[in-house]
Design a protein around this ligand. Structure first.
Ligand code: NAD
Length: 506
């Protein structure tokens, strides 16, 4: 941003735990965003010309810097996002280091040109190359302000792209720090651009001539981005909301399952796209499970992660706290029991206490809408068929969880749940397994991040067909001049190839 003109507006960033200003960033307008894209485009040419192995070596050096500066990243995330220290380290820095480790090793092979085996006598010299898209715009949310934009950055850079990151307006500070770490590791300074600002800056990025968009955020934001990308014919991947069900089968280990609910529902104050947003328990075990949830939830320590050792930190946005409370009140009015929490904590900072709601039904908003806060609704089912139906009764389909001791049955149930990913007897795990593609079905998104699929989504296949078996001029059966004798040859080849040579027409 060195040569940007002075921006018209500044954005104040505050600490959710203390509700005090901690920094400010400029709101960049269309011209500044366009200039950033142009700088990225200029840097991309030389980067794409380097071998994949070379690019991977640079990213391994980035990983070393990242590990060295882990505490600094964690401190910055804690300050602007309010999450607990362990989460800032283990959910933001750790998975990125793992992703670099897995992807940097495999990228040279995955991005190698392929020679597909075709049908004889089609040309044999065909190659499928993986070309970088060019400049990738990365628009990201506030709940994982470091991991999400830089995980997409790793994929994009390995594939030979430049990136322009538009961090969330609520947590923009760690994006600048992340860029510095990548640059210190050897990524050319202009290859990663950070354009700070609000939704308007994100919208300007779409117009700035980028070649792809990697968007992570709300369903509403995703719809708008996808609509504009459709008009501009810019490819986009969308990682949107979640409403993860956690189904406790009757034979599950209730101690493990209830601990998983508490961790999966309250980590990052519930502001996790794969967070446990609804729990289904068999009616015979319902009160037992609810009692365990209450006990374990009451044991959680909530507070300012910068000054206390806590399990649950603060919530990022005031409207998000209001939203959680509205869902609690709606459920209470319709007959739910509030067993822990249920009212805003009276202290400085944006804290909503971890809340367990019992006797919830699908007539309540909390069972249908994304909560994105520390609130876990617990529902009853009487048979597994009903439980599967309830799990699938959602417009979202990102993660889902099934707990059961009989692994065959648990897997059979998992296969019937409409979600991008289903984890058996654990929560969140898929997100930190870099080999797995990650994404949603239904309104949870389009496309996949992570794994081989995420890397390849940052490229477009570039096909070169080499017809080395060229016919003599005039004799190629596909070309002019047409002749019935040539057509007969093609038909004969076609029948042979599809295995119907001896079958007369019916
Ligand atoms: P949001 O949609 O409000 O904003 C996300 C980003 O998009 C921000 O940087 C914002 O400035 C930008 N933006 C908003 N409108 C835009 C527009 N019209 N054009 C261009 N950019 C625009 O989402 P949020 O509140 O920051 O994030 C919370 C949501 O993100 C939740 O729904 C959560 O489930 C989802 N999320 C999904 C995943 C996933 O991987 N599926 C991960 C994390 C969060």
């Amino acid at each position: 941003m060195a040569d940007s003109p002075v921006p018209a507006r500044m954005l104040t960033v505050d600490s959710p735990a203390r509700e005090e200003p901690i920094g400010e960033v400029p709101v960049l307008g269309a011209d500044e965003v366009k200039a950033a894209v142009e700088r990225a485009r200029a840097a991309q040419k030389a980067w794409a010309a380097r071998s994949v192995r070379d690019r991977a070596a640079v990213l391994k050096r980035v990983r070393a810097r990242l590990i060295e500066r882990m505490d600094e990243v964690a401190a910055c995330v804690m300050r602007e996002n309010g999450k607990a220290r362990t989460e800032a380290v283990m959910h933001e820095v750790g998975p990125l280091a793992l992703q670099i480790t897995w992807l940097a090793k495999r990228a040279p092979k995955l991005l190698e040109a392929r020679a597909p085996r075709g049908l004889a006598p089609m040309p044999r010299g065909t190659k499928i190359h993986h070309r970088p898209r060019g400049v990738v715009g990365i628009i990201s949310p506030w709940n994982f302000p470091f991991l999400i934009p830089f995980s997409a950055t790793v994929e994009a850079l390995l594939a030979g792209n430049a990136v322009v990151i538009k961090p969330s307006e609520h947590t923009p500070l760690v994006a600048e720090l992340g860029k510095r770490i990548f640059n210190e590791g050897g990524v050319p300074s202009e290859l990663i651009q950070v354009v700070t600002g609000d939704a308007g800056t994100g919208a300007a990025l779409l117009e700035a001539g980028i070649d792809m968009v990697s968007f992570t955020g709300s369903v509403n934001g995703g719809r708008k981005v996808a609509a504009r990308c459709g008009e501009l014919l810019v490819p986009c991947t969308l990682e949107l909301g979640g409403k993860a069900p956690l189904l406790i089968l009757p034979d599950a280990d209730l101690e493990r399952a209830s601990s998983a609910v508490v961790f999966g529902g309250f980590a990052n104050s519930g502001q996790v796209c794969v967070g446990v947003e609804r729990v289904y328990v068999h009616e015979r075990q319902y009160e037992d499970v609810v009692a365990r949830l209450v006990e374990k939830t009451r044991a959680l320590r909530q507070g300012d992660p910068e000054h206390e050792e806590v399990d649950v930190g603060a919530m990022v946005l005031p409207p998000q706290l209001d939203h959680v409370h509205v869902l609690v009140e709606d459920a209470r009015a319709k007959g739910a029991r509030i067993l822990t929490g249920g009212a805003r904590v009276e202290r400085k900072g944006r804290f909503y206490p971890p809340t367990i709601l019992a006797d919830v039904t699908h007539e309540m908003r909390v069972a249908k809408e994304e909560i994105f806060g520390p609130l876990v609704p617990v529902m009853r089912y009487s048979d597994v068929e009903e439980a599967v139906r309830l799990c699938n009764d959602s417009h979202l389909g990102l993660n889902a969880y099934v707990f059961g001791n009989d692994r065959r049955q648990a897997h059979a149930v998992a296969e019937r749940i409409d979600a991008g990913q289903v984890v058996v007897n654990d929560v969140f795990l898929n997100y930190v397994m870099p080999e797995l593609p990650f994404g949603g079905v239904k309104a949870s998104g389009i496309g996949r991040a992570h794994g081989e699929e995420g890397l390849l989504s940052m490229c477009h296949p570039h096909v070169v067909v080499d017809d080395r078996k060229a016919f003599a001029p005039g004799s190629d059966p596909w070309w002019f001049p047409y002749a019935d004798s040539k057509t007969a040859k093609i038909v004969s080849w076609l029948k042979k190839t599809v295995g119907l040579l001896d079958v007369t027409s019916r």
